[in-house]
Write a protein that binds this ligand. Structure first.
Ligand code: AMP
Ligand code: ZN
Length: 114
Protein backbone atom coordinates (compact mmCIF):
# COMPACT_ATOMS: atom_id res chain seq x y z
CA UNK A 1 0.00 0.00 0.00
CA UNK A 2 1.25 3.46 -0.97
CA UNK A 3 1.86 5.42 2.23
CA UNK A 4 0.04 8.54 0.99
CA UNK A 5 -3.33 8.79 2.74
CA UNK A 6 -5.04 10.69 -0.07
CA UNK A 7 -3.68 8.37 -2.79
CA UNK A 8 -5.23 5.52 -0.81
CA UNK A 9 -8.57 7.35 -0.72
CA UNK A 10 -8.32 7.85 -4.52
CA UNK A 11 -7.62 4.13 -4.94
CA UNK A 12 -10.57 3.22 -2.70
CA UNK A 13 -8.30 1.49 -0.16
CA UNK A 14 -9.32 3.92 2.57
CA UNK A 15 -12.94 5.06 2.85
CA UNK A 16 -14.14 8.63 2.59
CA UNK A 17 -17.45 10.42 2.02
CA UNK A 18 -16.88 11.27 -1.61
CA UNK A 19 -18.94 14.15 -3.00
CA UNK A 20 -17.33 14.60 -6.43
CA UNK A 21 -15.08 12.70 -8.80
CA UNK A 22 -13.89 13.25 -12.34
CA UNK A 23 -10.81 12.30 -14.37
CA UNK A 24 -8.46 14.63 -12.50
CA UNK A 25 -10.17 15.73 -9.29
CA UNK A 26 -11.72 14.08 -6.22
CA UNK A 27 -13.60 15.81 -3.40
CA UNK A 28 -14.69 14.38 -0.06
CA UNK A 29 -15.74 15.48 3.41
CA UNK A 30 -13.00 16.38 5.85
CA UNK A 31 -12.88 13.81 8.67
CA UNK A 32 -12.56 16.57 11.28
CA UNK A 33 -14.74 19.40 9.97
CA UNK A 34 -13.90 22.93 11.08
CA UNK A 35 -17.12 24.42 9.71
CA UNK A 36 -20.62 23.19 8.76
CA UNK A 37 -19.27 22.70 5.22
CA UNK A 38 -15.70 21.40 5.10
CA UNK A 39 -14.70 19.59 1.94
CA UNK A 40 -11.28 18.65 0.61
CA UNK A 41 -10.74 18.97 -3.13
CA UNK A 42 -7.68 17.05 -4.26
CA UNK A 43 -5.81 16.32 -7.46
CA UNK A 44 -5.78 12.64 -8.47
CA UNK A 45 -2.18 13.22 -9.46
CA UNK A 46 0.10 12.94 -6.45
CA UNK A 47 1.66 16.40 -5.99
CA UNK A 48 3.08 16.83 -2.49
CA UNK A 49 2.40 20.52 -2.04
CA UNK A 50 1.36 23.54 -4.06
CA UNK A 51 4.99 24.60 -4.41
CA UNK A 52 5.64 21.37 -6.36
CA UNK A 53 3.03 22.20 -9.01
CA UNK A 54 4.58 22.91 -12.40
CA UNK A 55 3.51 24.79 -15.48
CA UNK A 56 2.12 21.53 -16.90
CA UNK A 57 -0.22 21.44 -13.89
CA UNK A 58 -1.79 24.84 -14.65
CA UNK A 59 -5.07 23.39 -15.96
CA UNK A 60 -5.24 21.00 -13.00
CA UNK A 61 -4.78 23.89 -10.57
CA UNK A 62 -7.59 25.77 -12.29
CA UNK A 63 -9.82 22.70 -12.07
CA UNK A 64 -9.33 22.60 -8.28
CA UNK A 65 -10.80 26.12 -8.04
CA UNK A 66 -13.61 25.44 -10.47
CA UNK A 67 -14.69 22.25 -8.67
CA UNK A 68 -14.51 24.07 -5.32
CA UNK A 69 -16.76 26.87 -6.64
CA UNK A 70 -19.21 24.34 -8.10
CA UNK A 71 -19.41 22.41 -4.81
CA UNK A 72 -19.89 25.66 -2.86
CA UNK A 73 -22.81 26.48 -5.14
CA UNK A 74 -24.29 22.99 -4.66
CA UNK A 75 -23.87 23.22 -0.87
CA UNK A 76 -25.79 26.51 -0.87
CA UNK A 77 -22.98 28.66 0.51
CA UNK A 78 -22.20 30.69 -2.60
CA UNK A 79 -24.03 33.84 -1.54
CA UNK A 80 -23.27 33.60 2.21
CA UNK A 81 -19.60 33.08 1.37
CA UNK A 82 -16.85 30.57 1.82
CA UNK A 83 -13.11 30.23 2.14
CA UNK A 84 -10.70 28.23 -0.01
CA UNK A 85 -7.42 27.29 1.65
CA UNK A 86 -4.27 25.50 0.50
CA UNK A 87 -1.82 24.94 3.34
CA UNK A 88 1.82 24.63 2.31
CA UNK A 89 4.37 23.21 4.74
CA UNK A 90 4.91 23.69 8.46
CA UNK A 91 3.95 27.29 9.18
CA UNK A 92 0.63 26.83 7.38
CA UNK A 93 -0.04 23.57 9.24
CA UNK A 94 0.06 21.19 6.27
CA UNK A 95 -0.24 17.66 7.65
CA UNK A 96 -1.16 15.66 4.54
CA UNK A 97 1.44 15.91 1.80
CA UNK A 98 -0.81 15.44 -1.19
CA UNK A 99 -2.11 18.65 -2.75
CA UNK A 100 -5.57 19.57 -1.50
CA UNK A 101 -7.79 22.61 -1.21
CA UNK A 102 -10.09 23.11 1.76
CA UNK A 103 -13.57 24.45 1.05
CA UNK A 104 -14.95 25.92 4.27
CA UNK A 105 -18.31 27.59 4.74
CA UNK A 106 -21.58 27.77 6.62
CA UNK A 107 -20.21 30.13 9.27
CA UNK A 108 -18.18 33.33 9.26
CA UNK A 109 -14.40 33.31 9.56
CA UNK A 110 -11.94 35.73 11.04
CA UNK A 111 -9.40 37.67 9.03
CA UNK A 112 -6.47 37.64 9.41
CA UNK A 113 -6.51 33.89 10.14
CA UNK A 114 -5.02 32.63 13.41
P1 AMP B 1 -3.81 20.09 5.94
O1 AMP B 1 -3.52 20.63 7.29
O2 AMP B 1 -4.09 21.19 4.95
O3 AMP B 1 -2.75 19.13 5.45
O4 AMP B 1 -5.18 19.33 6.08
C1 AMP B 1 -5.35 17.96 6.05
C2 AMP B 1 -6.81 17.69 6.33
O5 AMP B 1 -7.07 16.32 6.07
C3 AMP B 1 -7.25 17.97 7.77
O6 AMP B 1 -8.29 18.94 7.78
C4 AMP B 1 -7.74 16.60 8.26
O7 AMP B 1 -8.85 16.70 9.12
C5 AMP B 1 -8.08 15.90 6.97
N1 AMP B 1 -8.01 14.45 7.02
C6 AMP B 1 -7.05 13.68 7.59
N2 AMP B 1 -7.34 12.38 7.41
C7 AMP B 1 -8.50 12.32 6.70
C8 AMP B 1 -9.31 11.25 6.22
N3 AMP B 1 -8.98 9.97 6.39
N4 AMP B 1 -10.45 11.58 5.55
C9 AMP B 1 -10.80 12.85 5.38
N5 AMP B 1 -10.07 13.92 5.80
C10 AMP B 1 -8.94 13.65 6.47
ZN1 ZN C 1 -0.80 11.06 -2.74
Amino acid sequence: MNDCLFCNIIDGKIGAKIVYSDKNILAFEDIKPQAPVHLLIITKKHIERVSEARKDDAILMGELCLVAAKLAREKGIESSGYRLVINCNKDAGQIVFHLHMHLLGGRSFNWPPG
